[in-house]
Design a protein. Sequence first.
Length: 380
Amino acid sequence: MAKRDEYTELLKKLDLDPAKRSLSAAESKTQNELLDGIAAADAAMKRHLEAAANEERATRVNSPLQLMGTTRKYEPKEGRVATVIPGELLARSLDIARGITTPGTGKAFSPEEMAKKFVDLLAPQSVVMASGVNRVTTNAETYSFPVIRTDFTAGFVGELDDLPTGGFGAEPLKVTPKKIAAADMLANELVEDGGSAFMDPVAKSLMRSVSLGFDREALLGTGANKGFVGIANTPGIQTHTVKGSFKDLDGFVAAFGKLEAVNSKATAVVMNPSVWAGLMALRETSGSLKPLLSESAGSPTAGVQRSILGVPVWISSFMPGTDVLVYEADQVFAVWRKDAGFQISDQFGFLKDGTAVRAIARAAIAVPNAAAVCKITITA
């Protein structure tokens, strides 16, 4: 577009020649070259718009959400093409990229619609997102939560007496989404020979890497290394200590009670797989084969629901074996920037005959009501 504007301005200067004379041979040649340049720019823009429209239609018609493990239903409408896998969408983008990707079209493959799908596709991989935390989408570099620190002061008053005032205190909690990314260079032979069958695992791997990177930081982040502060390290969260190991469920009862005491409710428990295995090994009574976590009418051979006292349990290898997080998911916010998405380009790898692929997300975790989180720590 910039080139077309440049050609147009130069052409105007030739047309507005104050001498009002016929153009010389050199000027006529320049005029023809400018007209050819404008025509070429128009053709490139048309290809770009057509490619973007085709990609948008492919994205809307061939939703990959059903195949990526989400629970939402997808029923293709009559007369439309069959559902395709995410790799086919990437393969189509790659074909388009070979014709129109330039340094000036860096965001051509991360439209807002694709950004929403990208975050949706992360949910099945991310324990934190799957646990039901609120998702906030913003375009802003920094997002602010209004946090009420103290409530109004109420009291009984007589008729025509002054009403009680004061007590209320609030302040903004500012959250800056941090960039989480994964990238690599693929040999064009692999891309061309494998097609969508090869790009499908690439797409899944990129999204899985980003989602796991987000999970690690969302649970245990300290704010170091350009990351953000996670749930477990948020200042002001409640704590509870269990000595030795879990011999019963009393530690969870205590943590649930601490949340109830501040008008919160435990809706999610996140722990290391080894901690869950230890809980599964607990028995109702000494010498019994029946797991403590089985339902009262269940048998030792029946499956055990992954929950404690009705609260869903989520397993994450990022959680240390000495910590368990209990929180009300509605009080935890995942803040995502809208420009998240995956991109492909053959420009960077032109001299290596390669195709660059990358997945980028910008996100952070915020816990405005820190008391709605309790960290159980197992000590020696």
